[in-house]
Structure formats: C-alpha cells, structure tokens
Design a binder for this molecule. Sequence first.
Ligand code: F6R
Length: 609
Amino acid sequence: MCGIVGYVGPNKAVPFIMEGLAKLEYRGYDSAGVAVLENGSIEIRKTEGRLKKLADILEHETLGATTGIGHTRWATHGRPSNRNAHPHSDCTGNFALVHNGIIENFTSIKEGLLERGHKFTSETDTEVVVHLIEEFYKGDLVRAVQDTVAEVRGSYALVVVSCLHPDMIVCARKDSPLVIGLGEGENYVASDIPAVLRHTRRTYVLEDGEMAVLRSGGVDVMTTTGRPVSKNVFNVTWDPVQAERGGYPHFMLTEIHEQPRAIRDTLRGRISEDRTRVVLDEVHLTRDELAGLRGLAITACGTAYHAGMVTKYLIERLARIPVEIDVASEFRYKDPLVGPDWPLVVISQSGETADTLASLREGKRRGAHVIGITNVVGSSVAREASDVVYTWAGPEIAVASTKAYVTQLVVGSLLAIWIAQAKGTISQDLAHELISELNELPEKAQRVLEMEDEVKAVAKFVAEWDDAFFIGRGLDFMLCLEGQLKLKEISYIHAEGYPAGELKHGTLALITEGVPVIALATQLDLLDKTISNITEVKARGGHVTGVTMENGRELEKHLDHILCLPRTHQYLAPVLAVIPLQLLSYYAAIERGADVDKPRNLAKSVTVE
Ligand code: F6R
C-alpha cells in the first residue's frame, strides 16, 4: 500500500501534493517524493523517511510548477531508501511515475529492458513501468501508457507526468485504488478521498481497467484499451475525519474491511500460472534440504503466535514433520531445538518485536536457517532473517492486529503446501483443491464482511457480560485463542479460549445461565464432537453463538445464534472465520465505549523485553 497524489491546474502543485500526502500517510510512510514539471523539465525530490523529511527538503525550494505528482511509500520491492522512493524516472528524464501495487512480472520485463540498454537506478518493481513508457512513447503519452499496462501483470495505480506534455497527468488502475477529484479549473488524482476532500467533494472513482487523462480544463476517462467511459460523479458526504479511514469510524474497522485486498496481494505471484504449485522463491531451501528436514520451529508473540499455531498445524498435517512452537519470550530461554537441519520460522507484523528478534538471533547463533514472515520491508526481521516472506497487508495502524494476522495465515498455508509439495507428502488432488480455494478466499472474505450486521447483534449481547468463552477443536481451537485475545485487548471483557473437549476437564462450572460462548465449528470432520461439547454448554445455560460454514448448518438447532461462512476447505477456514471474531471484538468494544484504535496498555510495536 502506498499513497498517491497528483495535481494539474493554475496553482502551485507542491503545496496541494504535500497536503494530500499528509492525509495518506496511513497508507505508507517509509519514504516520500514529488515530481513536478518545472520550466520544461521534470524536477524530482525524494527521500527515505517520513513526509516531514521531504517537507524539510522542499522548504528550501521555490518550485512554482502547476503540474505534479507525489507519493508516500510502504516498501514492497526494495527496502526504504532514497533510491527506491518514488517518483521514478526513465533514461531520458522525460517521464516520471508513481505507483501503488505490485508488478508481478517485473523480473522478466527488467531483463529485456536491460538487454535493450536501459539503466536502472532502483531495486523497485515500479521502475520497469516508466522505462516501458519510454520505449512505447511515439508522441502519444496516453497510447504509451496503454501499451505499457498491456505488458505488466499484477496490481497497479499508476500516475504519470511528462515534460513533453506539461499540462497533463495520465493515470491507470488495476486492483489498487484511484480517485479523481473534480475541481474548478483544476483537477486532482489520489489513492483515497481524504487527499482531495479539502478542495472538492465531487469525484470519479476509477474501476479496474480504467484510466484517466487530467488537464486543468477537464478529465477524460477511458478503458486501458482506449474505449471512452462516461462516469457518474460520486459526491462525497463523509466528514473529513471519517474519510481518512476510508469512510469507517476507526482504523481497526478500515483494516478489517481491507482484508480481501490484503489476502489477494499476499497470494499474488505465489501460485504457479497453471495453478498447480505454490511458488515461494523467497525461501532458499533446496528440494534436498526440504526432503531432509527433521522438524521445524516457529516462534512469535501475541496474534502472530496464534498465526504460528495455525501454521504448525498445517505443516504437520500436510508435510508430516514435527513443528515446535513457542511464544518468543519463552523460546529464547529454553535451549531450543533448532540447528542446521531444524529451521526456524519467526512471524512478526512489525518485524521489530524484541522477543521475536532475540529468538531469531538465537536461531541463527545455532546455525538454523531462519525464515522471517513480516509485514515491514526493511524491518529488523527482514534484514536479519536468512529469507523473508512478506505479508502484503499494507501498514497496520490500529494497535490490534487484524489484516496482518489474516495475511500471516495465508503465508502459513502457502508455506505448508510448499513444503508438502517439495517433500511429496501431499496428493496432487489436495494441493490443487487448496490452491484453488486459496484463490477464492478474497471474494469469500468479502462475503463474510457482508455479515457485519449479524455480528453486531451478537456483539451487543456479549458486551453486556464481563466474561466470554470461545470453544473449538483442531484449527478452530487455534482461532479461539485469537478470538479471545482480540476481545480482551480491545473491549476489556475477560475471555477464555478452550479446546472444546477440554472444558469438562476443568472450567465447565463457569458456564452459568446466559454466559456467552462462541463455538467455532468450521472443522467439519469434528462437527459431531463439537456438537456434543456445545450440548454440554447448553445444558448449563450457556448462550451459544456458532460459527460454521454453509455445509455445517446441522449445527443450527443446537445454537442460540448461527454465523454461516461461505464454504471453503477446512484447512483454510481460519482465514474466513476470524473475520466475524474481529468484528465481534470491534463492536463489543464500541458498545462499551472503549478506544478501539488505541487500547490501554498495548503498543503497536513492543521493542522491549
Ligand atoms: C494483538 C497484537 C499483538 C502483536 C504482538 C506481536 O492484536 O497486535 O499481540 O501481535 O505484539 O507483534 P509483531 O507481530 O509486530 O511482532
């Protein structure tokens, strides 16, 4: 995720761009830059670091340009640095471009461009796009952009300026947002509405496969194949604060709703084109090394640890090797079982958690190959691990982790299938089924989000209690742990996550009349067992909300409430089933008047032991 802003009109572009970028810093903040058309050439200023650093540079400049573009970055390809910051330019310096998204086939495009003599100045995937525009340009910038997007695979919001066309901006979108702001004698483009809201409420929202040409006098919209499109103006009615969170009142809710996109981005490029294999080129373990694995260890903290538990379960089920898992604050002190033939997987959204980092270092000291799963390019985990598999959730602003967790589950599932395919412990049929179900998760996650009102009703009930229970078996139990953590950390309702069969060995006495129990029942091979445990709870008066899949409806008669998810393979069900749990916590916290985005005593990045 990155933030993009563009301006064309009679006024100075830089102040507009900087003001717009400030509203988009939630989309990325590891580097920033602008490109403006100044006296017949393109001037680019960019720097690693937050927007303030760019503002300090620009303060000493007198750029009077009235056309320009800007970018605030969240690194994907290439760590945060001055060179990798956008905008990027071609060999001639005639074109400059900002990009949000991932160009999947950039390696092959880059090889061709290098052979044809192009010089690259960054490690980004983006830079290939501007060199392609340079190659395709024959006097018509719009055509050059159309020809370029026909070559690239992946997701993009692209915004281009050229000193050969000083009064215009060309932009195109696929799978990354772009809105056009319609002003009086000036027009704007941005990744999100807040960037333009102080200047206009009249917008066009570009759809996938559409592009736009902005001039001060007007905006033309067309498809990327050149067919004119007539757009309806979208009049924004949100208040400015709400607009900064994509129309949602809190970042946590915005981020819950971003999950279909985050899942899609995390899958991108990691499944072979014929959809038969998982491709994890980032992990440099050979087939022989994988075949010889005796075991694996996983370590992480909090929510990331819960994603690790799901990953452990899947690796053991699919790849048939033992997986040790510990919270990082324990792992580092337990003389852990890692070494040259026992790799370590560390999972960390921020990549800076002190206990996780210490565990990573302990693993390396013992000669283990360390696979880091993190959401932050250039973070300590990314720099120090032997290999990094990124989760492409984009910056997570709310303290409670949601979209990062879901993308960790996706990477965990990919890793499990990848190891199992290398070891030959998974049948082709099962691998194909899981891969095809993985591809459907973004759309199914979107459908789960449509259950928001149903979940809200459950949350209203739960919010009246001081205790809640989450029960489930197999992967559902691992999800219970995440469900109870989320509820506790943002609503301050005490909650316990239990293996459903374990209640009777201890705390069944705490289930009294009306106590809310969330029963997860997505593991259909265990449905009968879970139903027996639900019956035990019901017999003590517990108020049970069941979360199951469409094909688990037989559960309904045992429940007070049912939340039915779209059907998927039960190994992938956690990715969908966590969404109602996140919404439940969110709405319970709202009911109780808690500050969801900044829960008490919880920091986004825990850099102390
Ligand atoms: C919970 C939460 C924390 C983090 C934990 C690890 O919502 O966010 O439990 O998951 O502090 O943080 P990272 O993943 O950054 O290492």
